[in-house]
Structure formats: structure tokens, C-alpha cells
Design a protein around this ligand. Structure first.
Ligand code: ASP
Length: 346
């Protein structure tokens, strides 16, 4: 019998790894080996080697934890692919961090569960099995350079750049509104649907250099604040940021602009003033779709904001714009370099 492929599995916690507490509620607790034992069918697909990295809810994960994990992935010498399970809440962010910093040499697949193991039709076991299938899939392995890190959920494979958790509790919460999935699973097969556009990744690689995880980790935090444009907002946070010479400890700001990338007129002067001392990026508040460049003029319009030197994030979601800006700032990339990367984001 031919040897089965070896898949490395890192477990970080989340609903997929919860167990009943005495109170009757669910608590964090299961590790990688517990989860592997819960899915005997994994043995038909691969040898799965488990390691428990954390047993925490995903809103407690940090950029540093993900950069450390990226280094662990880089150091793997024997596995054909990697599966990482965690909570769904920040899956679109963590998977994007790894996609930004890893040179895709083997499939890296994130997964999670919406229904905890005690519920009828819990989805963790199926998602773990599908993810191992994707990690060991010859199609993924052949095209990994073009695909990068992926998210596998409910028998679909998604690109981190596009995927979002779209609903609080539905099992089909993960979607890529702009592009749809990269692949789908049926029976024991991974069916390719499309390859992602990765100009943004080439721009990130050019800005951060090869294998940046260790350097970005050593550089330490460069916190980026995420503010949302909203009708009739008074701008108190902008006042506080402007009043403090250290800008409350933030190294950059992402401002989720309305529609095609607009800021209410009452806030424009403060947003533009802030941009003179630290990079302020405009990202799409809608969460999807490219931003305008040349349609509207006047204060707070995309033409006015671009003329004032604000960098637009392309079609990258504000949450991911925030993370990419922090990675670039950790990497010491200057404003021109930051603008080049986001110009490649759509
Ligand atoms: N709160 C959980 C988490 O993100 C939710 C989940 O796993 O779906 O860790």
C-alpha cells in the first residue's frame, strides 16, 4: 500500500474545540489529538499529526501568535500540507495574515465550526475532514503558488483576501461575495472552480521581502486603529487622536469610508490633518467592491481625499486593510511603498 501523505494539524481553539462545562455552557478544551480522534475517516485520507497551539476563542488570537505560527509552517520539512483550526470569529483575519507572510510552498488550510460538538449536525468533524482532503489534494499542491493560503468551510474553499464571516450563527456564514469559492468538495474529491487574482500578494512580497514573519515579529506592535464613517458622527475619536502627540499609541488609521470611499464633510479636515502625521487609509465600509477614483469632487469625495494624499485600500475589507497596514508598518515600509501595495489590491 502506498504511504499516506502527512498533514500537519495545528489546533488553536474555537467552537470546533469546545466541550461542556459543569454549568451546561460550552468551554474551550479540546486539543488537536481529541479532534483527530473524533474523525476516524481522516485515516483514509492522510496521516494527520496534531499539535495543540492554543485553546482560546478566536477573538483572543493576536498578530504575534499568527506570525509565530507562520514560522512553524515555514519550518515544516516533512508534511505535504497544513490544516489550522480555530474559531470562526476572526478566521477571515488570521488566514489573511498567513496568506500575506507565507511563501506558498505547501497548502495551508484554515477551518473552524459554527456548531459546537454537542449540537445535532455539528460541522467541525466534516470541516476538519474536508480541510485535510484539501491540504492533501494534488490540485492544491500543483497550484499552491497561484492559490496561497485558503479557508475551507462547508465543503467550499475560499481565498482569505475575499472571504468574510457574513452572519453570526448560520452554518453557511462564510462567503466570498466578489469572487465566489475557489473549489468545492463532493464525495472524496476537490473540484477546482477558479484561481485567485494575486497581484496584491506579489506587491506584499516585494514590500516585505522573503520570509518576513520573524522580522515582523521582532519589530513589535504597530497598532492600527479602525474607524468607521457613519452619518452624523461627531468625530470625538479623531479629536482624541489629534490631541495626543503619540496618537493614543496608534501607528496608522484605517477609515472605513462610505460607498465608493467617502468621508462626511464634518470630519474631512480632521481626517486629512491626521494623515499628515500618520498614514490614514480609506477602505470600503461596504466590505466589498473597488473604491472610486475619479467620479465625485468636493470635500470628503474620493477625488478630494486622494488629492489630499490619503491612500485607498482598493477592494480590501477594512478589517484586512488594518492587518495589512500593520504588517507593512512592522516591515518599515514607507508611505510610497504602502501606496504601491494597496494600489495592487483592486
Ligand atoms: N467564539 C468562537 C470563536 O471564534 C466562535 C466560533 O468558533 O465559531 O472562537
Amino acid at each position: 500500500m502506498p504511504a499516506k501523505p502527512l498533514v500537519q494539524y495545528f489546533a488553536l481553539g474555537g467552537t470546533i474545540a469546545t466541550m461542556p462545562a459543569e454549568s451546561g455552557a460550552m468551554k474551550q478544551g479540546l486539543g488537536a489529538d481529541d479532534l483527530i480522534r473524533m474523525v476516524p475517516a481522516l485515516a483514509d485520507v492522510a496521516d494527520v499529526r496534531g499539535e495543540t497551539v492554543a485553546r482560546i476563542g478566536s477573538s483572543n488570537l493576536t498578530v504575534d501568535v499568527m506570525l509565530q505560527l507562520a514560522q512553524r509552517v515555514e519550518a515544516l520539512a516533512d508534511a505535504v500540507g497544513v490544516v489550522i483550526s480555530q474559531g470562526t470569529d476572526t478566521l477571515e483575519e488570521t488566514s489573511f495574515i498567513l496568506d500575506c507572510v507565507l511563501a506558498p510552498s505547501l497548502p495551508v488550510v484554515f477551518t473552524a465550526a459554527m456548531r459546537n460538538p454537542r449540537l445535532t449536525s455539528a460541522d467541525g468533524a466534516g470541516n476538519l475532514l474536508a480541510s485535510v482532503r484539501v491540504a492533501a489534494s494534488p490540485w492544491m499542491r500543483a497550484h499552491v503558488g497561484a492559490i496561497g493560503t485558503v479557508v475551507t468551510f462547508l465543503d467550499h474553499v475560499y481565498a482569505p483576501f475575499d472571504v468574510v464571516k457574513s452572519e453570526t450563527s448560520r452554518i453557511d456564514t462564510f462567503r466570498s461575495p466578489a469572487t465566489g469559492p475557489l473549489a468545492t468538495l463532493i464525495e472524496d474529491r476537490v473540484i477546482p472552480l477558479s484561481l485567485p487574482v494575486r497581484d496584491w500578494k506579489r506587491a506584499v512580497d516585494a514590500a516585505l521581502g522573503a520570509k518576513p514573519a520573524a522580522r515582523l515579529l521582532a519589530a513589535g506592535r504597530k497598532p492600527v486603529a479602525l474607524l468607521w464613517a457613519a452619518m452624523d458622527e461627531t468625530g470625538g475619536f479623531l479629536d482624541a487622536l489629534l490631541a495626543d502627540p503619540a496618537h493614543l499609541g496608534y501607528a496608522g488609521i484605517v477609515f472605513a469610508g462610505t460607498g465608493g470611499g467617502h468621508v462626511p464633510e464634518t470630519l474631512v479636515e480632521r481626517v486629512e490633518r491626521l494623515n499628515r502625521s500618520l498614514p490614514v487609509l480609506i477602505a470600503p465600509r461596504t466590505g466589498a467592491g473597488p473604491l472610486l477614483a475619479s467620479t465625485y469632487e468636493g470635500p470628503g469625495s474620493e477625488i478630494g481625499l486622494r488629492q489630499a494624499g490619503l491612500i485607498f485600500s482598493g477592494r480590501l475589507h477594512p478589517l484586512k486593510t488594518r492587518l495589512l497596514l500593520e504588517l507593512l508598518l512592522r516591515g518599515g515600509v514607507d508611505r510610497a511603498g504602502i501606496a504601491r501595495v494597496f494600489a495592487a489590491c483592486g
